[in-house]
Design a protein around this ligand. Sequence first.
Ligand code: SAM
Ligand code: SF4
Length: 331
Amino acid sequence: MHDKLVDNYGRIAKKLRISVTDRCNMSCVYCMPTNNMKWFEHNQILTFTEIVRLTSILVDLGVEKIRITGGEPLIRPRLENLIGAINMIPGIKHIDLTTNGLLLKGKVSQLSSSGLVSVNISLDSFKENKFKMMSGVTGVDKIINSIQHARDAGLDVKINTVVIRGWNDDEIVDFAMFARESGLTVRFIEFMPLDGSGIWKTDLVYSKREMIQRINTNIGEIVPINNDSSEPARLYSFLDGIGTIGFIPSITEPFCSKCDRIRLTSDGRFLTCLFENPGYDLKALLRDGAPDEEISRFILESMSKKPEGIIKLIRTNSLRPKLNLMHTIGG
Ligand code: SAM
Ligand code: SF4
């Protein structure tokens, strides 16, 4: 029962992102709504048992890799229990986590013993005042500490940096130097219109091309290295081979034609695309007592309707702010 999750464009889903909460201990300018904040109620959120059941069904349909995300996933109590349970599902090859890193340091050992193998830690600035402007809180030192702890525990660590023109593009060179000096992959992400605050506009998107130019001019030339075409990040390295830098050019070079991802939101919706809203209500089926076969059928039917993606929104000039809420989807 594999490779069943095929859409009408022939794309096959292998990777599932599970958002375990819409809540967060930060309020990043490019992610969280600034007013009229309405969190999901507790009874709207899937329990771990429900998440594991839906994940098993999806694994049976061909999913191999899981990424746990949020909101901030580490504010969900006993997350390691969920990771441990997912790790037991036959067919799972890999479990990753995306976190802002604030709470990671104290949880690293439980997470890695429960089966977590890698972690993406988000960090948009090394400067505390800039970091606070972008995330609403202080904590650069805490995050750097978490990065070190995660490495020491043997987790594969990558850094995610969303670049916004006029906010943190002046730190691209610092982050590229950090990649060189630390040996960690830093991935620069173009700003997508998934902002709850409505601030997104084309002018704020700092493109992959501009980032490369900035690094080339200030440090030295970077060149593409062996890229995995199923990953949205385009990887580069300096000519001496030291320092790996990734770019996720969602706006200027969308990855849609190779997309192998699907998503489960914390309130139990199935999203076949980041830009699908509201998606398909799996929780209702689950809580109505539907058997696995019926849930599978519903998933396959939804999957066949997977939209082309942001590439179509760009082609039809339909990009605008708040196309979806990143804090409910998790990236
Ligand atoms: N709270 C965790 C974190 O920040 O890493 C996990 C959830 S967060 C929504 C997942 C990733 O999405 C983070 O790396 C974040 O920087 C990125 N992100 C959030 N809003 C974005 C946007 N509008 N455009 C591009 N990336 C965004
Ligand atoms: Fe929270 Fe992550 Fe969104 Fe920032 S990007 S507000 S840390 S969910």
